[in-house]
Design a protein around this ligand. Structure first.
Ligand SMILES: [Mn+2]
Length: 354
């Protein structure tokens, strides 16, 4: 992992008024240094030099996972680095204010003395939007596992299985392929499919039920995200129509997810079409995918995300839901390329009748 290039890119992105940046968000620390433990803070200086503080449990691991990073072993990792910065004569240090609890902030302030701590904004989150080859490769592998797991689980769907049974099977199929679930899988039968983020229950599958499965795998810390909606047939006419509507919305939205497209406008277009079709809009069109399952850029109303560029993986996931009856969502993880959106999840999108 070219982590030194990442800390240098972060250093270059620092405002002139800031002479250091304290990173306390673990996923950002992983991105910048490769460290995967559960307790750390990182200080990046304008010349790109980087110090990582962690506790004794992770001293050996931190040395093994990082490259070109000074390691300090301490109990209170954030305050330790702030003291270090103040002692080195730094005047203003940027922090990830949005991610710091009030109690942690009090401890940082106490360690800072006369040195100012200022909100540096989501600097690392912005750097994470465009992925390098290693990141895209991990996401593509996670998507391939997701496609394989879908095919494996599809063949086991029959009347009488419960939503929880299927969620468990998704997990074991990922495990047997060396992956972890990227998030708690959504498995929703019949009327439950009308709930966008349904949590699996003991409800059992019955003939005529829509079956919505939203799941993904995580590989080397990178995520994938896919939703398919199928039916334990034969499908009713309203189910075919609903599925065809969402299928068309999703196909068009994928085609529009190109370099230069503005995320807020991609969402608005799908939103307009759902409303024109006489339905309600339950959620945004999609989100970035990477070290987190939901990360920038967000394809939602009010999104301030910049126009899309190459190498940005996002989900495209329109859904239409009829409360009490059922809902359909079709979601792919795609990556923006010069010629358009390349789908990384490729499972069949037509209405499968089991
Ligand atoms: Mn998603």
């Amino acid at each position: 992992m070219p982590t030194m290039a990442r800390t240098r890119a972060l250093a270059a992105a620092l405002e002139p008024r800031v002479d250091g940046f304290l990173v306390t968000t673990l996923v950002n620390i992983r991105y910048l240094t490769g460290f995967t433990g559960s307790n750390a803070a990182v200080l990046v200086l304008p010349d790109g030099s980087t110090v990582l503080a962690t506790d004794g449990r992770y001293a050996t691991q931190a040395a093994a996972e990082t490259d070109g990073v000074d390691i300090v072993v301490a109990r209170s990792v954030g305050p330790e680095l702030v003291s270090h910065a103040a002692a080195a004569g730094l005047r203003q240090v940027g922090i990830e204010r949005r991610q710091v609890s009030l109690t942690a902030y009090d401890a940082l302030l106490a360690a800072a003395g006369d040195m100012a701590l200022i909100d540096a904004g989501p600097l690392v989150e912005r750097l994470r939007i465009v992925k390098d080859d290693d990141e895209l490769s991990a996401i593509a592998t996670a998507c391939q596992v997701t496609d394989e797991v879908f095919a494996a689980v599809l063949s086991t769907l029959r009347a009488g299985v419960s939503e929880r049974d299927v969620a468990w099977l998704l997990r074991t199929e990922m495990h047997s392929r060396g992956a972890e679930p990227a998030f708690d899988s959504i498995v929703a039968f019949g009327p439950d499919s009308a709930r966008p983020h349904h949590q699996p229950t003991e409800r059992t599958l019955a003939r005529g039920d829509l079956i919505k499965m939203d799941f993904g795998a995580a590989v080397e810390g990178y995520h994938s995200d896919m939703t398919r909606t199928v039916v334990l047939g034969p499908a009713a006419e309203w189910q075919r129509e609903l599925h065809a509507l969402v299928r068309e919305l999703q196909r068009d939205a994928r085609a529009a997810t190109v370099t230069g497209a503005l995320p807020v406008e991609l969402d608005a277009e799908v939103r307009r079409r759902i409303i024109d079709s006489g339905h309600d809009v339950a959620h945004g069109l999609g989100h970035g995918v990477g070290l987190e399952i939901h990360e920038s850029p967000f394809l939602v109303p009010g999104s301030d995300a910049d126009t899309l560029v190459e190498r940005v993986p996002v989900t495209v996931e329109p859904g239409v839901y009829l409360p009490g009856r059922g809902g359909v969502r079709i979601e792919d993880t795609v990556v923006v390329r010069a010629g358009g959106a390349e789908p990384l999840t490729t499972s069949p999108r037509d209405l499968i009748e089991i």
